[in-house]
Write a protein that binds this ligand. Structure first.
Ligand SMILES: *Cc1c(COP(=O)(O)O)cnc(C)c1O
Length: 399
């Protein structure tokens, strides 16, 4: 008996897509973390040296953040009960926004549920039909989605290519409103945007300058203030996005800038208007994270000394670490299938370094993505390097 069209699920094409992922070596099961997000952690029943989290400073388990969250639950409950614009703005939310603005040295800030929501909500509400968004080709997916939602035109410039950006700006002088946008630190390559040149170009052409500092928050600049502080460009970037989900150890995204920018986003950014705000525990833990950044600068120092030690080790082993300048250190191997096999064999020997392939990175640029943290010990890093060397040689990734 043949199945009639009516009995075949309309979602049948998903099975074909999944089969294709398997053929391409891109099919993944989710690794399950059992316990806390630590430099040595248990995933899928195995203790591994964890090179895959964004927990740069070890704040996911910091006692001060935990205590702040617990206290907030005790005194304020577990949920805010509404979106920000109706009944869901708590004093803690406003306190966090004031703290972030002061930390970033801007007039004001608004917090979103995530960095993704911050980017998508901001780009889509600042620009509209007839406007132009000029975006680095390796910018984060949330910027791309925000750009598409805005219905503005999108022009992409080659990665970190200031000349390419200048060309696009020259060709589009007649467009009334233009936004130049770049990641501060690129999430898959760990390189830093040439922000002084990009911001100067945007300014000279009257374009809005926006940066997504998800991977620079808590990592670059004084006390982790980000790329703008790193280059000392305060006042020259109109819109700064950051995340509370990575080095800050909790969850959330924010936008910093002028008071009018933030007031506008309060009225127009759709995730702010139509999605419930953070639980009090999240806001309280984020406030404690800013305290820790200011009070424990040694964490950032250790992050960078660990980064240097680990990078030098990888380079001694002759791995291709691309153009990374930050704790995000790719080990580029080429084919996705090889990256996944490399990752699996490392895991079996006690090192967790996630394999990344298309569409997260370009075809032929598949890689392991590693991030060391401030909380890795020297023994952790040396052991990880020795296992990376062994497996890398076995698979012919290095000589
Ligand atoms: C992770 C990331 C985001 C999203 O941040 P979340 O808080 O995890 O939603 C945005 N931009 C970049 C560049 C990122 O790496």
């Amino acid at each position: 008996m043949t199945a009639s069209p009516a009995t075949e699920s309309p979602l049948h094409y998903l099975e074909d897509a999944i089969a294709q992922l398997k053929r391409d070596g891109l099919y993944r099961t989710l690794r399950v973390l059992e316990g806390e997000q630590l430099p040595r952690a248990r995933f899928d029943g195995r203790e591994v040296i964890n090179l895959s989290s964004n927990n740069y400073l070890g704040l996911t388990t910091h006692p001060k953040l935990k205590e702040a969250a617990v206290q907030a639950v005790r005194s304020l409950g577990v949920g805010p009960g509404s979106v920000r614009t109706i009944a869901g703005t708590m004093a803690l939310h406003l306190e966090l926004e004031r703290r972030i603005a002061a930390f970033k040295k801007t007039e004001a800030a608004v917090v979103f549920q995530s960095g993704f929501a911050a980017n998508a909500g901001t780009v889509s509400s600042l620009l509209g039909k007839g406007d132009l968004i000029i975006s680095d080709e390796l910018n984060h997916a949330s910027i791309i989605d925000g750009a598409r939602l805005s219905r503005a035109e999108i022009r992409v410039f080659p990665h970190r290519d200031v000349t390419g950006l200048a060309r696009v700006l020259d060709e589009t002088k007649d467009v009334k409103r233009r936004l130049v946008i770049t990641d501060g630190v690129f999430s898959m390559d760990g390189d830093i945007a040439p922000l002084p040149q990009i911001a100067a170009l945007a300014r000279s052409q009257g374009a809005i300058m926006m940066i997504d500092d998800a991977h620079a928050s808590g990592v670059l600049g004084r006390a982790g203030r980000g790329t703008v502080d790193h280059y000392d460009l305060h006042g020259q970037v109109d819109v700064q996005v950051g995340t509370l989900s990575k080095a800050m150890g909790v969850l959330g995204g924010y936008v910093c800038g002028s008071k009018s920018l933030i007031e506008y986003l309060y009225h127009r950014a759709r995730p702010f208007l139509f999605s419930t705000s953070h639980p009090p525990a999240v806001a309280a833990a984020c406030l404690a994270a800013i305290d820790v950044l200011e009070q424990e600068p040694e964490r950032i120092e250790r992050l960078w000394s660990n980064t240097k030690r680990f990078k030098e080790g990888l380079q001694r082993l002759r791995f291709d670490t691309g153009s990374s300048e930050t704790p995000i250190t790719p080990i580029i191997v080429g084919e996705a299938e090889l990256a996944m096999r490399f990752s699996d064999q490392l895991f079996a020997r006690g090192v967790f370094a996630q394999g990344i392939g298309y569409p997260t990175v370009a075809k032929g640029k598949a890689r392991l993505r590693t991030i060391v943290t401030a909380t890795h010990s020297q023994e952790d890093l040396d052991r990880a390097l020795s296992i990376l060397g062994e497996v890398g040689r076995e698979l012919g990734v290095i000589p």
